[in-house]
Ligand binder design. Structure first.
Ligand SMILES: [Zn+2]
Ligand SMILES: [Zn+2]
Length: 337
């Protein structure tokens, strides 16, 4: 990749003129963070810059010592001859596209994004640019999401049916983003909503940012075992272990993820139900977003980058997979768990 504004280096995408990295995978001096998911944050950077709504999430992940600055969506920070701004990516609370302008050249790094409404975060802002770095997690035409309202309705009916049978409804969903999206979507509740500690911790960040979530109770505080049979229990996939599950002798387990779109994944995860709900764009969403940028150059990361690049090339676009060169000791690189 040859680009006047950004370069792919072993530490990640680097803006030379501004001397900062975007979602670096090694500890660097200045990191600009698209969002607070573990695979986008590297612990140990000297400073972090993120969107304002992301700040409490980043703080929760990085601890009290980290130097974190924030920027409101749309505000510009000038660093040497570079103008840097952050714009909503619609992925999770505080998720941002990073826009860098230098000498009239505009580069946008999308981070993860989705183009469908989500009550827990600002809607994705379409941007025009010369170079667009896009994720392609679900970059195959087979990925087409059902309407979110329909999926939430399915979740509610599943819970209702379990409750009538005296079974706990255990829904596994990523603790940051997905869990809150499910909760915010539920407008009527067949019973109490209980949360795993990891989910409750993130709920607090969302509520402090002004996001409306229904009342939830931390599972560890619940003494009345009777309550468990009527409850929706929201927990991260990592909690799906016999020791944790044994408090629910009668239960139904479900998983909410875009990966549930692939037949057989539900069976492989051995859950009773799979709900197709993703924080990423589906194929149509990716294609529409990419084309709307009118970018001359499209660089693809995450997931089905090869397939997406090939499809765009066949449509006459200049597209390639963004390859980040390997770092020495690459096994130590990466995000938080
Ligand atoms: Zn993400
Ligand atoms: Zn990601």
């Amino acid at each position: 990749m040859v680009n006047p504004v950004i370069a792919a280096t072993p530490a990640g995408l680097y803006c030379r003129e501004g001397d900062f990295y975007i979602d670096p995978r090694l500890p660097v001096k200045r990191a600009v963070i698209t969002h607070a998911h573990g695979d986008h944050i590297r612990w140990g950077c000297q400073s972090y810059l993120c969107a304002r709504d992301s700040r409490s999430l980043l703080r929760a992940r990085l601890g009290p010592e980290a130097k974190i600055e924030d920027l409101a969506y749309g505000d510009t920070r000038h660093i040497n001859s570079v103008a840097l701004s952050l714009h909503p990516a619609g992925h999770i609370l505080g998720s941002a596209q990073v826009r860098i302008e230098q000498d009239g050249q505009v580069v946008v790094i999308s981070g993860d994004y989705k183009d469908v409404p989500d009550p827990t975060c600002a809607p994705m802002e379409p941007l025009r640019c010369h170079t667009f770095v896009s994720e392609s997690t679900f970059g195959l035409p087979i990925f087409k999401w059902p309407r979110q309202e329909d999926v939430i309705r399915e979740i509610r009916s599943w819970w209702q049916a379990n409750r009538e049978e005296g079974r706990a409804s255990i829904l596994f969903a990523y603790a940051l983003g997905k869990a809150q999206r499910v909760l915010a979507g539920l407008d009527t509740f067949p019973g109490p909503i209980l949360t795993h500690g990891a989910v409750e911790k993130i709920n607090r960040c969302y509520r402090s940012a002004g996001i409306q979530l229904p009342a939830t109770r931390y599972l560890g505080d619940v003494e009345d075992r009777h309550l468990l049979k009527e409850a929706l229990v929201v927990a991260p996939p990592s909690a799906d272990q016999p020791a944790w599950l044994k408090r629910f002798p009668k239960r139904s387990r479900a998983f909410a993820s875009g990966w549930m779109r692939i037949r057989g994944n539900r069976r492989r995860r051995a859950v009773d139900r799979g709900f197709v709900l993703s924080d990423h764009s589906d194929w149509d969403g990716l294609v529409q977003t990419i084309l709307a940028t009118r970018a001359d150059t499209i660089l693809l990361t995450h997931g089905y980058a090869d397939e997406m690049a090939r499809w765009l090339q066949e449509k006459g676009r200049q597209a390639e997979v963004l390859s980040i060169p390997a770092a020495d000791g690459d096994n130590v690189a990466g995000g938080l768990p």
